[in-house]
Each structure stands twice: as C-alpha cells, then as structure tokens.
Design a protein around this ligand. Structure first.
Ligand code: SAH
Length: 248
C-alpha cells in the first residue's frame, strides 16, 4: 500500500503528468484538494474509487482516511493543485505518514506560475534582463520570515511570481514601486489553463484598478518584472558562435 502525493497541474486536466494520471487510475482512494483542483481530474478515478474532498478536512481527518485505506490495503491518490511542493502543505502529511510507517511517493505537477507564463507566452529568464525567478507570497495567516519580505526581495529586481496575494494587490504595489518603478510591467493570470482563464497585462501604477475592474479576488498569479517588456538580448544558447558543449 502506498500514498501518492500527486501534482494535478494548474487546472486543465490534460496538464497532469502521465505518471500522476496512472496513479489516480490505480488508487482505491482519492483525496483531492477541492478548493483548487479541477474536479474534471476525478474522471481518471476508477468507478470503485472512494473519493474525498479535503477542502473542509483537518490534517487528522485526512490521516484517518489514509489509515482506513491502509487497513483496506488500497493505494491513496492524494491530489494537490499545481505542484505539491509549492504551498502544498504536504510536509506535515508526510511527517504523519513517517510516524505510522506508511510508504509514500511524490509525483510532481505543473505549477500555476508555469501555466501563467505559458498563457502569457513569456520566458521568465531573459538574458540581459533577469536570470532569477522568485516564488513568493505576501504574508497571510501563514507568516513570511522577516528576511524574505517583499521589500527585501524587490531589491533583486528579479522576476517575481507572487502567489496567494491578489487580494492584497495594493500592498504589493506599494512595496514594489520604489524598486521596480511605476512603469514596471505586471501580468495577472487568473485561473491559468482553466476555461475561464483571464489575463491582464498592466503596470505597477494601474494594476490594482484593473484587478478591481475585473473583480479578481483569488486564484491568480501576479508576475512582476522587466522580462514582461520583452526588451532583451538573444540567448547565447542558439548563437552560431557558441560551442555546442556549452548547450548542456
Ligand atoms: N501548489 C500550487 C499553489 C497552491 S497555493 C501550485 O503549484 O500552483 C494557491 C495559489 O496558487 C492561489 O492563491 C494562486 O495564487 C495560485 N494558483 C493556483 N492555481 C492557479 C491557476 N490555475 N491560475 C493562477 N493562479 C493559481
């Protein structure tokens, strides 16, 4: 018996990995994070699979179901949105499984910031502009360590992918403006890869109004940085003067 922590991808059920889909198909139990995982993913469950939505469950309740599956000698597909390693709250589940000697495996998924970059048809690491992508969030119920505050990260001028923060856009703008400048481009991708995906291209001075106008309150990624202005140098990777051995 094994528990599979599976990244369901950002929404489009075709963006799950082949391995993740197979694990769902063969597991007798499926516990999915219903607040964000597209329920269409559940079509990969077999007809006898016992399906649970973890949105309203505590950690203890989730573990109880996993123990039930163990007693039943059935595998569990524990389905998380995007990639489970990003704001997935999987570490505590794995710790509890360690205590019980229950075996598990993590199957990665396409994180929503990558689906947002695809929606924008945008490379996040442009030569001469930014070679660093920072995944971060503004403080919510979960505190952010002081050394990682947005004001500190802003000094890098790197490409920022800000999760869980669209409802706090005014605060994000106030913190970023001094470092990035009011004209710095910002993209908001709401429900990347879902049928009702929305893309807003703006800048730091206007983005808060745009978000209000479009009534976006959650499930969005904020991408900030000069890469979005598409002013860049061509990469050395496909430069004809560049030796093949450097391409690895
Ligand atoms: N593990 C997930 C993130 C979970 S935290 C991942 O890798 O994507 C939840 C936050 O992720 C949301 O508040 C939002 O900022 C972002 N998010 C999740 N799905 C999204 C989507 N389809 N489009 C845009 N943002 C999304």
């Amino acid at each position: 018996m094994k528990v599979y922590f599976i990244g369901a991808g950002p929404g489009d059920p075709e963006l799950i990995t082949v391995k993740g889909k197979k694990a769902i198909e063969m597991s007798g139990y499926c516990i999915y994070a219903g607040s964000l995982v597209n329920p269409d993913i559940l079509k990969y469950c077999s007809k006898d699979t016992r399906v649970y939505d973890s949105a309203s469950m505590s950690l203890g309740e989730i573990i109880n179901i996993i123990e039930e599956a163990r007693d039943d000698n059935k595998d569990v597909a524990r389905v998380h949105t995007g990639d489970p390693s990003i704001y997935g709250a999987i570490q505590e589940q794995m710790s509890e499984l360690d205590k019980r000697g229950i075996d598990y495996e993590v199957i990665p998924g396409v994180s929503s910031f990558l689906a947002a970059a695809s929606a924008l048809k945008q490379e996040l690491t442009l030569p001469g502009v930014s070679q660093t992508v920072i995944i971060t969030r503004i403080e919510g119920r979960t505190p952010v360590p002081e050394t990682e505050g947005l004001e500190t990260l802003a000094k890098s001028k790197a490409t920022l992918c800000i999760f869980l923060s669209v409802s706090e856009i005014k605060k994000v703008v106030d913190i970023l403006e001094p470092a990035y400048g009011t004209n710095c481009p910002v993209a908001i991708v709401y429900k990347a890869s879902w049928k009702d995906e929305k893309v807003i291209i703006s800048n730091l001075s206007d983005v808060a109004d745009e978000i209000t106008r479009n009534d976006i309150k959650k499930t969005a990624i904020i991408i900030v940085g000069d890469v979005l202005s598409k002013n860049f140098e061509y990469s050395k990777l496909y430069d004809k003067h560049f030796k093949l051995s450097y391409r690895r």
